[in-house]
Design a protein around this ligand. Structure first.
Ligand SMILES: Cc1cc2nc3c(=O)[nH]c(=O)nc-3n(C[C@H](O)[C@H](O)[C@H](O)COP(=O)(O)O)c2cc1C
Length: 120
C-alpha cells in the first residue's frame, strides 16, 4: 500500500475514505508492505505520519507486515511511522531524496517481494 501524507500528518483523503472498508477485510496469511510518501524538510515533525493509521488497521486485521526499514540517512524531527526504532515500511521523499528513490524502491521490492515479482 502506498500512502502519501497530507494535511500535517494524515493519510491522503483517498485513504481516509477507505479506511473503514479496510477494517472489513481479514488479512490473515497475507504479507503486506507499506510505502510512505512524504517530505522530511517541510513536514519534519509529522514526517510520513499518514502511514500509521493504515498500519494499525492492518495489524488489527492480522496482516503480516513486512519491509520495515532503517531511519538512517533521513533527517526529520518526529514520525509516528517509526515503531521500535524503525520505519514501518519504505519511506520515499521525492523532494529531499529524489536521487535515492529508484534504488531504494528496487532494493526494497527485491528484499521483501522477490517471489511475488518472479510470479508476474
Ligand atoms: C498540504 C500538504 C500537506 C503535507 N503534509 C505532509 C506531512 O504532514 N508529512 C509529510 O511527510 N509530508 C507531507 N506532505 C508532502 C507529501 O506527502 C509529499 O509531497 C508526497 O510526495 C505526496 O505524494 P503524492 O504525490 O503521491 O500525493 C504534504 C504535502 C502537502 C501538499
Amino acid at each position: 500500500f502506498i500512502i502519501p501524507t497530507y494535511g500535517f500528518g494524515v493519510p491522503h483523503q483517498e485513504w481516509i475514505n477507505v479506511i473503514e472498508k479496510l477494517r472489513e477485510i481479514d488479512f490473515s496469511g497475507k504479507d503486506v508492505g507499506l510505502i510512505g510518501r512524504g517530505n522530511q524538510g517541510f513536514y519534519a515533525a509529522t514526517f510520513v505520519n499518514g502511514m500509521k493509521p493504515i498500519y494499525d488497521v492492518l495489524l488489527e486485521k492480522n496482516a503480516n507486515i513486512v519491509g520495515e526499514t532503517s531511519i538512517e540517512g533521513y533527517d526529520f524531527v518526529k514520525s509516528t511511522a517509526v515503531v521500535n526504532g524503525k520505519f514501518i515500511g519504505l519511506v520515499l521523499d521525492e523532494m529531499f531524496m529524489l536521487k535515492e528513490i529508484k534504488d531504494r524502491l528496487n532494493n526494497w521490492l527485491i528484499e521483501n517481494f522477490e517471489e511475488d515479482l518472479n510470479e508476474k
